[in-house]
Design a protein around this ligand. Structure first.
Ligand code: HEM
Length: 223
């Protein structure tokens, strides 16, 4: 079958279907497609523009991920609500006084990163999953912004931070780029529970996430 190559120009006008792997283009539905999932479509468009770029080898690389501001915001928001190690690594205090209380030396302290990420004094609508809160915000998880500490902070901050975050962002970007994701037959969005986790040193979902990957029909190419 003949190969259809999508031109960069088409991307300026295309609506949802082309991104979901179907071979259909629409030129007049811009408002529709970009209204509800605005940020999502913008990210997909960046990936698509990259696919069309010369020298593309078929995988999303680190340079592209750097431009995916919404994907980065999604990862931050996920780590805010469900930090991988909710209680970080325990610490021992020196002798000190906090709020009038004498704290003896070598007191064991747990920092609850899960609660910190949901502190209503630091976050608006703290329990709501809203990646937009990070767009245009300088808040990062590098240990300087104490309202977001999924990698800890201070001397014992995670030394694998850069490697960990690069792995998460790259994997997620490539999983989105290579596959179209569907829910199993009969399952609805409301059936996905992202709130309940099991207690433990690291966070585990109570209900396993079950999604079905469908290989992506890359950008209108049909063979
Ligand atoms: C998304 C991935 C990762 C997350 C969310 C994560 C999270 C954490 C957290 C919360 C801590 C405790 C920090 C504290 O108490 O202040 C920690 C410590 C640590 N992490 Fe990671 N980590 C990740 C990836 C990695 C990787 C890839 C490596 C190694 C290649 C690594 C190695 C370590 C080590 C050695 C410590 C102990 C540091 C110390 O106690 O001095 N982590 N990590």
């Amino acid at each position: 079958m003949a190969k259809q190559i999508l031109k960069t120009h088409d991307l300026e006008f295309c609506t949802g279907p082309v991104f979901t792997g179907q071979q259909k283009l629409s030129y007049n539905g811009l408002d529709l497609a970009f209204s509800r999932y605005d940020a999502y479509w913008r990210e997909m468009r960046k990936i698509c523009l990259w696919i069309l770029s010369p020298g593309n080898k078929g995988y999303v690389n680190e340079n592209v991920v750097e431009q995916l501001s919404y994907l980065k915001a999604v990862v931050k928001e996920t780590m805010r609500l469900q930090p991988t190690a909710p209680l970080l690594i325990p610490r021992e205090t020196t002798k000190c006084k906090i709020d009038g209380y004498e704290i003896p030396a070598k007191t064991l302290v747990y920092v609850n990163a899960w609660v910190v990420g949901r502190d209503s004094e630091a976050w608006e609508n703290p329990n709501e999953f809203n990646p937009d809160r990070f767009l245009g915000s300088s808040i990062d998880f590098k240990g300087q912004d104490f309202e977001l500490i999924p990698f800890g902070s201070g001397r014992r901050i995670c030394p694998g931070l850069d490697m960990g975050i690069a792995t998460v962002e790259l994997s997620l970007a490539n999983l989105l780029h290579k596959f179209d994701w569907e829910m199993p037959a009969g399952m609805r969005r409301e059936d996905i529970d992202i709130d309940h986790v099991l207690p433990g040193i690291t966070t585990h979902r109570r209900d396993p996430l079950c999604l079905m990957p469908k290989p992506y029909a890359v950008m209108g190419n049909s063979e």
